[in-house]
Design a protein around this ligand. Sequence first.
Ligand SMILES: [Zn+2]
Length: 52
Amino acid sequence: MSQDNLVKLECTVCKRITHITEKNKKKLSKVRLQLMKYCRFCKKHTLHKETK
Ligand SMILES: [Zn+2]
């Protein structure tokens, strides 16, 4: 299993990595992810961004 597709999602509020997801290269290769995810540190949904 390759790790190339793994994307870490960082909470933009507390700057922690709260989610790790797989990136679909075909669809998202050039798009930097920004999405609302639940942050267990902030205890609410916050904006997350892709980080390496
Ligand atoms: Zn957070």
